[in-house]
Design a protein. Sequence first.
Length: 236
Amino acid sequence: MKLSRPFLLTALFTLAISSWMLIQAQDVDEITCDAESLATQRDTLIDQLATLDYEADPDAALAEMFALGAAYQQTAITCGYTPDESQVNLMIEQTLLFADMVTIIAAQAVGTDVDTVLIELEAITGDPFNGQLLYGGIENALDGNPLTCYSCHENAEIAPITEGTWTRFDEIRSQDAALEGYDSTRYFVESILEPNAYLVPGYSAGIMPQFYSQRLDIQQLADIIAYLNSQDQLLE
């Protein structure tokens, strides 16, 4: 699998920042960016660094040093700093020392937990135009390759056609007892991440690819959902 450099920069940078946020020495929600607060945070981190005991427990000291460095970087990024290309390249090199591309992609993929994904989507605004590009295979998915949604959903003999997708849910699918309590977003998310959980009458299991949960990040999924929610054409 050959991935483009822009994809590598985006994926690895995102993974690096996500990993640092998990181990940072302070909560990102507590970071404030005025001069006085930044000076206080700097002094606090310096004090923590000075207490490290490299002789008594070198492994713990190095782990804490790494966490403190991550905290400094997270503060800078939260307060508006954008790493330049050389710094991003360094993060790429560091990340690739410890994770292969499969691991990197998996770390960013939405996974199959529909309830968790729905909670994450509440904080995301989907872009229906980008969703259309992803759906049509014009914009690449998380793994750097195009999706094949439209090639199947343009032929009703293979899969339900794209046009009127939201309308069919609203007027037909939502009346199915198996989908009681579903709104269109839950229905579309489940259809993408767990396509065999509910089968549209007349279609068989296994037609829809089973691995899109590992090929989309949360923003890409939000974009596709926004696009599908825009398919409100009248039914024939």
